[in-house]
Design a protein around this ligand. Structure first.
Ligand code: T5A
Length: 219
């Protein structure tokens, strides 16, 4: 049986929050109400504390790339163990705002961290947990960062160079091309078009895994 874990991915300001709401609409329309939301890093009391450390600078101390990576995976193992796996085990659906693919893109692509270290962490920490489908919202980083900047001041990662985000985007696209459970969506379209595409992809996938009870009539 396919995993009921749906992940939304992409760089800053691509519209992940908006997309999560659309995913909920589609699931609700199928009569699915038991839905757990997660965000990464975060989602448990400890993981939320780590999120603060990851997103903010520490006075008089540079956060090294590997320290950042380990904090992200520490947060992930807490979330996977205490929230995601128990939810899936009781039959709930999980919608994840980011998951392991973010680490492959940001830390692997953006920070150029060695692939063998990332593989080792992923195998140890996420192990057999694989999203059923990942929707990757693709957008040139300059556009997404502008949207993020218009909303609030930029955090430690958002202040990275455009090159950093270009490398992360390239890694996202490379990994999406290698894995047919990762679907790339053009997030430079207007919100209505992005939402329509998300609904179509999700309904097709639900149909494919035998979960679509009301094909073709919703928005
Ligand atoms: N991180 C995370 C890592 O480095 N490694 C990891 O392994 C993980 C898990 C997390 C940070 O941690 C890093 C990545 C991040 O830097 P976050 O807050 O979860 O931080 O992630 P952000 O990407 O920063 O979240 P944002 O809230 O900025 O992005 P969203 O959710 O994608 O953006 P959203 O939906 O709020 O939309 C932004 C604005 O754009 C508009 C919306 O209305 C909103 O105003 N918008 C559109 N405008 C025009 N056209 C569209 N199609 C639009 N879609 C949305």
């Amino acid at each position: 049986m396919k995993s009921k874990f749906i992940v939304i991915e992409g760089l800053e300001g691509v519209g992940k929050t908006t997309a999560c709401n659309t995913i909920v609409d589609v699931l609700n329309y199928q009569g699915i109400e038991d839905i757990v939301f997660t965000r990464e890093p975060g989602g448990t009391p400890l993981a939320e504390k780590l999120r603060e450390l990851i997103k903010n600078s520490v006075e008089n101390e540079e956060i090294t790339n590997k320290a950042e990576l380990l904090m992200i995976y520490a947060a992930r193992i807490q979330l996977v163990t205490h929230v995601i796996k128990p939810a899936l085990a009781r039959g709930a659906w999980v919608i994840g705002d980011r998951h392991d693919l973010s680490s492959q893109a940001y830390q692997g692509g953006g920070r150029c961290i060695d692939a063998s270290l990332l593989r080792c962490l992923r195998n140890t920490i996420v192990d057999d947990l694989k999203p059923g489908i990942t929707l990757y919202l693709d957008l040139p980083p300059a556009i997404g960062l502008k949207r993020a900047y218009n909303r609030n001041s930029l955090d430690r990662i958002e202040q990275e160079s455009l090159d950093f985000f270009e490398r992360a985007r390239e890694r996202y696209l490379t990994l999406a091309a290698q894995d047919d459970s990762i679907i790339t969506i053009d997030a430079s379209q207007n919100i209505t078009k992005v939402n329509t595409q998300i609904k179509f992809i999700l309904k097709s996938w639900l149909n494919q895994i035998g979960e679509n009870k009301c094909i073709g009539t919703h928005g």
